[in-house]
Design a protein around this ligand. Structure first.
Ligand code: MN
Length: 321
């Protein structure tokens, strides 16, 4: 059992210790990477030893966050290191043997957090872990207007997970937080372009195939896109090239919820999205997954894409309006 702590208690926790290793989740996005980068840079400024780690590595599209400056290529000896996770909801989202680590602190914004941790600093009303890290670093005395590297990392984190400040999770305080980060003179337009308006040719190829596979079901209320290993090979794509697929089915007018089903690391990964009042977090939970009200997911070991599609569709009608 972990104890829940506030941002200021988390700041005190960082002040009391000297050597940190910050873990991010797999299929790393700008929220987990930007939050980890901001934490590492800020802790180093405070004279502490801090590094980040993710065995899977950081995808090339996030190279503008300069992961090589903060991520270690290999897991270092853990002796004397304080382990912290950021934006990681479950140990299954780490490339580590399950239950390998007990984290001293988990910083998160997911509704359900099943990390093995001594302390949990969680705000499930925040659109991004980056907003929580912002508050925490503010408590630690970071002057963002004079720290463009930290400001840039947190801006990318928050903009990414809030869909460019468009999702319902965006709060007035999120905008105030972004405004403070902009005071550092960061090139926020470039960050947003790299996050939302930039695709590799391979990503475009797999999206093109995705459009061909798109299905509209339940009277147009549910959209589904399932791609197979063969499709990935045809497009020359890896699992990391498929993140953009999630945007395709959800944007069709009249669609209340959507799913993208695809192979990843020997499992079948299902990403669920919804608009308005449909709760996909509880739909994911029926399959042992989790996430947010409007964005959730789960993975299935064994079986085929077609099997997973069938099992999912049996549960879908119950959540539609
Ligand atoms: Mn996040």
């Amino acid at each position: 059992m972990s104890i829940r702590i506030s941002e200021s208690e988390a700041a005190a926790f960082f002040r009391e210790r000297d050597r940190f290793l910050i873990f991010t989740h797999n299929s790393a996005d700008a929220d987990t990477v930007g939050s980890a980068r901001a934490l590492v840079l800020a802790l180093r400024k405070l004279g502490k030893q801090a590094d980040a780690f993710n065995r899977e590595g950081v995808p090339a599209r996030l190279s503008f966050l300069r992961p090589e400056e903060v991520f270690l290529p290999e897991l270092p000896p853990l002796e004397g290191r304080t382990l912290v996770s950021v934006d990681v909801a479950s140990p299954r989202l780490l490339s580590e043997p399950e239950s390998a680590f007990v984290f001293a602190l988990s910083i998160d914004h997911h509704m359900v957090n099943s990390m093995q941790c001594e302390r949990l600093c969680l705000r499930d009303d925040f659109p991004a872990a980056g907003e929580l890290v912002f508050l925490l670093l503010k408590e630690l005395g970071v002057a963002f207007e004079r720290e463009p590297d930290i400001a840039e990392a947190l801006y990318a984190a928050i903009s990414s997970d809030s869909g460019g400040f468009r999702y319902a999770s965006t709060r007035p305080d999120t905008m105030r937080c972004a405004a403070s980060l902009m005071e550092a003179g960061i090139d926020f337009a470039r960050i947003n372009r790299l996050l939302f308006e930039c695709k590799t040719p391979v990503e475009v190829a797999i999206e093109k195939l995705g459009y061909e596979r798109l299905e509209l079901l339940f009277g147009g209320r549910f959209a589904l896109l399932a791609v197979t290993q063969e499709d990935l090979e045809k497009a020359g794509a890896t699992a990391q090239d498929c993140e953009g697929l999630n945007q395709i089915p959800r944007q069709i007018a009249g669609v209340q919820a959507s799913a993208v089903i695809r192979p990843k690391d020997g499992e079948i990964k299902v990403s669920l999205r919804s608009n308005e009042d449909v709760d996909v977090a509880s739909l994911a939970a029926t399959f042992g997954g989790g996430g947010h009200f409007h964005a959730a997911g789960f993975s299935v070991r064994g079986g085929t894409v077609a099997d997973v599609r069938r099992t999912l569709l049996e549960q879908v009608e119950g959540v539609l309006l």
